[in-house]
Design a protein around this ligand. Structure first.
Ligand SMILES: *Cc1c(COP(=O)(O)O)cnc(C)c1O
Length: 220
C-alpha cells in the first residue's frame, strides 16, 4: 500500500467518527488525489481557485471540493459551478459575490466565517464582534444562494502548545455563543497536520490535513 492510502487510513482510525477529514491536496498532482480517492477519501481542500478548478475538471465528480485559502472576489466565478464549502469567508462583500455567482449556477454554496484567532498579523479573518454583526445583518437574509454553516480558524504557527490551545478555546467559545442565536452553525473547522490533536480536544468538527497525508509540499 502507498504512503498516501496508509496515511488516510491512519487518520480515519485516529479521528472521532463525527470529525470530518478534509485532505488538503494543494500543490499535489492529480495522481496523488486519485490515490486518496481510491482509499475512499471524497473531501479535498485547495487554497488556490485555479488549481482547484483544474483538479475538479480532471477528477471524479463525486469529490467534494473545499476552498480553504483566502478568496479574491474576482475569482469566485471560477469555482461557483462546483465548490462545496468555502472556509475563509471574511466579509459581507465576499458573501454577496459568492451568492451572485451561485445564483447564476442555480446552486447553494456553503460558507464558513473565518475568525482571526492567531496573534500573527498575517492571518486573515473577522473579529468575533464583526462575525456577530455580520450574522445578524439584514443584508444577509437577502442572500438566498449561500448558507453559512459554521466557523473556521487557524492558530498561530508556534511550538507553544498552551498558546495554540488558548486560541482554539477562544474559537470554540465563540462558536458556542454564536450557536445559541444561530443554531444552523454546526461546523467548526480547526486543526491542521501539526495541531489537529489539540483542535479535536478543543471541539473541532472538521480538520484540514495536508502534509501528513501527502508529504511535504513542493512550491516550485
Ligand atoms: C495548507 C493548509 C492546511 C494544511 O496544512 P498542513 O500543515 O499541511 O496539514 C490547512 N488549512 C489551511 C487554511 C491551509 O492553507
Amino acid at each position: 500500500m502507498s504512503d498516501i492510502s496508509e496515511n488516510i487510513k491512519m487518520y480515519r482510525d485516529l479521528l472521532p467518527e463525527e470529525t470530518t477529514l478534509v485532505a488538503v491536496s494543494k500543490t499535489k498532482p492529480i495522481e496523488d488525489v486519485l490515490e486518496a480517492y481510491h482509499t475512499g477519501q471524497r473531501i479535498f481542500g485547495e487554497n488556490k481557485i485555479q488549481e482547484m478548478a483544474s483538479k475538479w475538471e480532471a477528477l471524479p465528480k463525486d469529490i467534494e471540493w473545499h476552498m480553504i485559502g483566502h478568496v479574491q472576489r474576482n475569482k469566485v466565478k471560477y469555482m461557483a459551478p462546483f465548490v462545496h464549502l468555502i472556509h475563509a469567508v471574511d466579509s459581507l462583500k465576499l458573501l454577496k459575490e459568492i451568492d451572485k455567482q451561485a445564483t447564476k449556477h442555480d446552486r447553494t454554496i456553503q460558507c464558513l466565517l473565518q475568525i482571526k484567532i492567531a496573534k500573527e498579523d498575517s492571518k486573515f479573518g473577522l473579529s468575533i464582534e464583526d462575525a456577530t454583526i455580520l450574522l445578524t445583518s439584514e443584508m444577509l437574509q437577502e442572500l438566498e444562494n449561500i448558507k453559512i454553516v459554521g466557523l473556521m480558524g487557524m492558530a498561530t504557527f508556534t511550538d507553544n502548545e498552551a498558546q495554540i490551545i488558548s486560541e482554539f478555546k477562544i474559537l470554540k467559545d465563540s462558536f458556542d455563543i454564536l450557536k445559541k442565536n444561530h443554531p444552523y452553525l454546526t461546523t467548526l473547522s480547526m486543526g491542521m497536520s501539526g495541531d489537529f490533536k489539540l483542535a479535536i480536544a478543543e471541539g473541532s468538527t472538521m480538520v484540514r490535513i495536508g502534509s501528513s497525508i501527502f508529504g511535504a509540499r513542493n512550491y516550485n
